[in-house]
Design a protein around this ligand. Structure first.
Ligand code: BGC
Length: 953
């Protein structure tokens, strides 16, 4: 393997191209021909969205190739220069609006008005128009069913309308993170329309590979597109800051539309065109013997002999057109309505073919596990409460290239109900509400309601009955974590040595940007205090994710195609190959876990973070996440699957309560996570911010212990989302500082703290003293964390130094990546100075200073410098200063400045975090720095604390 960024980029480009979903291509307007004259419309040609914004998008890249750059680079089409000049002139007065503050760029940018005249003029010299529509989105804000978000703006509408009127050949490319309204397609009838999504730094290249026909599109919709957003059941009540009632229950996305409202669909789930045609022929259908069914029977009416085996479906795919291409075979299952009610179809398998030449065929065989078409009986309607069941009746199987057109492939009949797995009630709603169920009359389903099954288990009693056995504290016996790894001592013997304070410290992750791990990353866990380090715990680093590594100090990394795009590839192998690169890159940067993939279900196209997530379908979500994890696991690093669970709305994400049935949780919202845990061995999970059915997920025992660990056999760490709240059973308010509730629930790590040794930063020790949590719980969590640490490269490096692989990975050099001459950590009290001897001041030297401030607030910066002896008077000596990757000043002195000169900067952005970065870049040699001084001007500590605790309320 050659670790070059070029090879990495090739894989990302392949994925970006495979994710393009072509919805319309009249008169084969695409692919474009070489030499075609093209007019490029839409301002986002100048600001290609490599991703949305927020933690999932802030990757510092050395380049981003958008559609325009890719077209220019390839020189295969002739771009309309006059139109380009018009845009460039207009952009001078309409620069990109970055918004105010962190990740707060608007979700759309003002569009240059394209009048009929401009469009007509452009059509005089160009044959084909490409119109680009761009959208951002991200944390804390949802999309709105309004112009500039889900809907096109007036200017965008005008643009498409006028361009379509002027050109016979118009191609609209959607550089967006989630589905947007598509009613304009019918209104203006462009020749071609494609979702190119947000494709990372190679996104433009991938999209243009498709536009130019080098790659034949094979992407498929991971979400249903409807004519009217109000037809999506979750639209009503979406963004209510207090409660999100999941009344549509399991009928999310196509499960709803295929069952109740097929006519409301504009483009069905799984749909996507190719430049060629395929025939999908069923060539085999067989049911295997039941051997291997791992469930056990329960209930009275169960016929264990009837336990179904897996279904084997074979289809032959033939390329019947005249271009090579790939097709996605999608397999769906239908189940009898029975007593529970079922969606018309559910996805149970998908396979992408190889690249098939015209006339070539491939036979695909896929095994379908009955568990994938079973239903969870939360209330015991079938007589099997808390079981996965297959109700008696006929099960149909369908194969095709989207949910709507999939054709019958065979069926099986179950004479009696079959129980696949007996589980235990968990996370059921406390309050009653109605859920959607199908009512069938003469073969037609109409929506009806049924009261959701409410909880019957006492939460506190369950926690108490399952208290972990405490280990007697032994004090330091000299056992180190490496002794456990070597098998010389048990984990229990090791953990028994730790004091309650050490155990509490261990539950505290540090961040953002802890100086104890790779600069600029989101979190550190493990050996963060002197004591814990002495026990031989490494400090492991975790970084955002999902679409590339975020390092806030400016280190360059690779920006990946986003989750929705990757889901659209329906190519799990490709996803694995791409995330092998992510694994290598994590290793290179000495990071142990990526904070991703994001796995929340696209319950609504309005969720602001959909771009980070995969799909409306849990099976596709789970398989894609598993594929990514498998890739990263090859490098012995992992992904932290997030946000567990129901982070389906950004509005008041810390407080909005998801009210949802246990059945919908298990079949839809938890299913993807379950697949990632069971199939890919996920060993790091991040809970979400929100409460579900009365319990904040960060402190939800039933979510973390009952379901994740006990039922799914998860063996890894669980961490909170950054500054997530928690509550004890019965408490109506979630609190940030209620870390004890999180400890009780088995959430191993509270992320994040300024200092893990600070015993007063949360309520853990106080709650322990009061007996609200016990030592056994702290020890259980500590064992999870240490088990995880033993698997990390950080542990290996601590014991054995850099490996051969670490050496090899050094060859992956990012263009424009900075070579840091000096890296230092600066602990700042109210005022502090660093002297010149600590800095590297030669030509091209970069000093990366991790600034750890005791007090968060406004600081003034003073730099005192002069020209060194022997520097010619005419020399210009610049020093550029960055804070957290933002330039705050460029100082320049001349060679004649031989006396000390002090430069003062009092208006630098506040130090909101305890850790920030200063970067000093000396473009020339010859400058001497006497000192760099930071002085606290305004203490914002109280204000920041108040703002943090109010967060989400
Ligand atoms: C996000 C997480 C992210 C974390 C660390 C939070 O705001 O919700 O997805 O991993 O920050 O940056």
């Amino acid at each position: 393997m050659e670790y070059t960024v070029e090879n990495y980029a090739k894989k990302a480009r392949e994925a970006a191209a495979e994710g393009v979903v072509l919805l319309k291509n009249d008169n084969a307007v695409l692919p474009l021909s070489k030499g075609e004259k093209v007019a490029l419309f839409g301002r986002s040609q100048f600001n290609y969205y490599k991703s949305g914004t927020g933690s999932g998008g802030l990757v510092n890249t050395s380049y981003v190739t958008g559609v325009r750059e890719a077209l220019l680079e390839r020189k295969e089409v002739i771009l309309n220069e006059e139109l380009n000049a018009l845009y460039e002139e207009w952009l001078k007065d309409h620069p990109f609006d970055h918004g105010q503050g962190w990740a707060s760029e608007p979700w759309f940018q003002e569009e240059m008005p394209i009048t009929e005249e401009i469009a007509a003029k452009a059509s005089e010299t160009s044959d084909t128009a490409i119109v680009l529509i761009g959208r951002s989105a991200g944390e804390d804000h949802d999309n709105l069913a309004e112009e500039g978000s889900y809907l096109l703006t007036k200017a965008e509408n005008e643009m498409i309308k006028n361009v379509c009127a002027a050109f016979e050949r118009t191609v609209v490319l959607l550089n967006v993170g989630n589905i947007i309204d598509m009613s304009w397609v019918k209104a203006y009838n462009p020749s071609a329309v494609a979702y190119i999504w947000q494709g990372g730094q190679e996104g433009g290249n991938g999209a243009v590979d498709v536009v130019m026909g080098e790659v034949n599109p094979s992407g498929k919709l991971p979400d249903t597109i409807v004519n009217d957003i109000n037809d999506i059941p979750s639209t009503e009540g979406f963004a209510n800051p207090q409660r999100a009632v999941y009344a549509e229950d399991i009928y999310v996305g196509y499960r709803y539309f295929e069952t109740f409202a097929p006519q409301a669909v504009a483009y069905p789930f799984g749909f996507g065109l190719s430049y060629t045609c395929f025939e999908i022929k069923n060539v085999g259908f067989e049911q295997e013997a039941a051997e291997g069914a791992d469930g056990k029977a329960a209930g009275e009416d169960v016929d264990t002999a009837n336990m179904p085996g897996s279904i084997l479906i074979s289809v032959e795919v033939t390329n019947t057109g005249d271009r090579a291409g790939k097709e996605v075979v999608q397999l769906y299952a239908s189940a009898p309505q029975g007593k529970l009610g079922k969606p018309a179809k559910v996805l149970v398998g998908f396979v992408k073919t190889a690249l098939l030449a015209p006339g070539e065929s491939e036979v695909i065989m896929k095994r379908i596990n009955p568990y994938d078409f079973a239903s969870y009986d939360d209330g015991g309607l079938t007589g099997n409460k808390s079981c996965y069941v297959l109700e008696a009746g006929e099960y149909g199987f369908f194969a095709g290239s989207d949910v709507r057109s999939a054709q019958p492939a065979g069926s099986i009949v179950l004479e009696k109900d079959v129980v696949l797995e007996q589980l235990t009630e968990a996370m059921a709603p406390e309050e009653g509400f109605d859920v959607l169920v199908p009512e069938c009359k003469e073969g037609v389903f109409s929506p009806a309601k049924r009261p959701a099954v409410t909880r019957s288990v006492n939460y506190t009693k369950r926690v108490e009955e399952e208290l972990p056995q405490p280990l007697e504290i032994t004090g330091d016996k000299g056992i180190r974590l490496s002794d456990v790894a070597d098998g010389d001592h048990t984990m229990e013997e090791f953990i028994a040595q730790l004091s309650p304070e050490d155990l509490a410290s261990l539950t505290r992750g540090e961040g953002m940007c802890s100086p104890k791990v790779t600069p600029g990353i989101a979190g550190a866990i493990g050996g963060l205090t002197e004591n814990l380090k002495n026990f031989g715990l490494p400090a492991a680093g975790v970084s955002d994710g999902p679409s590339g590594i975020r390092m806030d100090c400016g280190t360059k990394a690779f920006a990946m195609p986003n989750g929705t795009l990757l889901a659209s590839t329906f190519n799990a192998d490709l996803c694995t190959e791409l995330y092998e690169w992510a694994g290598a890159e994590l290793r290179k940067n000495k990071i142990d876990s990526l904070l991703g993939p994001g796995m929340n279900i696209h319950r609504s196209p309005l969720n602001g973070r959909n771009f980070e997530y995969f799909s409306e379908d849990p099976y596709l979500t789970g398989k894609m996440a598993a594929a990514q994890l498998e890739g990263m696991h090859k490098y012995n690093v992992t992904g932290t699957i997030k946000h567990f669970c129901c982070n389906n709305q950004e509005t008041n994400r810390h407080g909005v309560e998801a009210v949802v049935s246990e059945r919908a949780l298990r079949e839809i919202y938890l299913k993807g996570f379950e697949i990632a845990v069971k199939e890919a061995g996920a060993y790091s999970v991040m809970t979400s911010y929100n409460p579900v059915n009365g319990h904040w997920t960060a402190s939800n025992y039933e979510l973390i212990e009952t379901i994740l660990r006990k039922e799914w056999g998860f063996d890894g760490i669980v961490m909170t989302d950054w500054w997530a709240k928690g509550n004890f059973d019965g408490e109506k308010r979630g609190e940030l500082a209620n870390t004890a509730a999180k400890v009780q629930a088995g959430n191993d790590l509270f992320m994040v703290n300024a200092d893990a040794s600070d015993q007063n930063c949360d309520n853990t020790m106080a709650a322990f003293a009061e007996g609200k949590i016990i030592i056994g719980q702290l020890q259980r969590n500590a064992m999870n964390i240490c088990g995880y640490l033993m698997r990390t490269p950080a542990f290996d490096r601590m014991l054995h130094g850099d490996s051969e692989l670490d050496e090899d990975l050094k060859s992956m050099v990012f263009e424009g990546g900075e070579v840091i001459a000096k890296e230092l950590t600066w602990y700042v009290n109210e005022t502090d100075t660093i002297e010149d001897s600590e800095l590297a001041c030669e030509r091209d030297d970069i000093n990366l200073i991790t600034v750890v401030t005791k007090t968060r607030g406004m600081y003034g910066l003073k730099i005192t410098c002069r020209a060194s002896e022997g520097t010619g008077d005419l020399a210009q000596l610049p020093l550029t200063v960055f804070k957290d990757n933002e330039m705050i000043a460029s100082i320049s002195i001349t060679g004649a400045d031989k006396e000390w000169k002090t430069f003062t900067f009092n208006e630098i952005s506040p130090f909101y975090m305890n850790t920030s970065y200063l970067k000093l870049y000396f473009a020339q040699g010859g400058m001497e720095v006497k000192d760099v001084k930071l002085t606290l001007l305004m203490d914002l500590e109280e204000k920041i604390k108040a703002a943090m605790s109010a967060m989400g309320n």
